[in-house]
Design a protein around this ligand. Structure first.
Ligand SMILES: [Fe+2]
Length: 197
């Protein structure tokens, strides 16, 4: 179908939209949050594998105990006064983003008997047009809950599900500081990162 300007255009975010510590969820309060510090990085690409530059990437997540700093989260796990769980970053010239955060904990939900969400990080991206909008979730390799999660397994295609699982990455891992995970996101096309609200 022919596409119109309302689909081929989108919001533009200047440098001043993102503060210097917005990408570092471990530095947003007086002290560091509890939990395992991690680095999450990757590239945002279009359907032809080209980098999407200067695009806004936002994430939100539970703390190390599996609790969101949100009014409707009633999980019986402690809040962390030093962790809000929200971050934002702009991609660079190569479409790369980078966050420093802590590994989120698994948390229970009431979907079915003894239901637990695997550890995950929510992402929201705008891309460069309204057609490239993406809201999704990133998972961690080797998580024993992955085969049981109705949200992840709501994606019928094996390869598409795999694209939501990040990769442990030595090049991102910083000695004596933090493990690194790589998570590329593709907006639209055959290899698109699946939606997950
Ligand atoms: Fe969640």
């Amino acid at each position: 179908m022919p596409q119109t300007m309302s689909e081929l255009t989108g919001p533009v975010f200047g440098r001043d939209a993102v503060g210097p510590l917005d990408h570092d969820l471990t530095q947003q309060h007086d002290a560091e949050p509890l939990g395992e510090r991690i680095i999450v990085t990757g590239r945002v690409l279009d359907e032809d594998g080209r980098p999407i530059r200067h695009t806004l990437v936002e994430l939100w997540q539970a703390n190390a105990a599996g609790r969101y700093a949100h009014a409707i989260d009633r999980h019986d796990a402690p809040l962390d006064p030093n962790f809000s769980g929200c971050g934002r970053a702009l991609t660079d010239e190569e479409g790369r983003y980078r966050f420093v955060t802590i590994k989120p904990g698994a948390y229970p939900w009431t979907n079915h008997q003894n239901a637990w969400r695997p550890a995950h990080i929510h992402f929201s991206l705008f891309g460069d047009a309204f057609l490239t909008r993406l809201v999704t979730q990133m998972y961690f390799p080797g998580d024993p809950l992955l085969p049981f999660d109705p949200v992840l397994n709501g994606i019928p295609d094996d390869a598409a599900r795999e694209r939501l699982v990040s990769t442990f990455d030595w090049d991102t891992t910083m000695p004596e500081h933090a493990l690194g995970y790589r998570f590329d996101m593709v907006l639209r096309g055959r290899n698109a990162t699946p939606w997950e609200k």
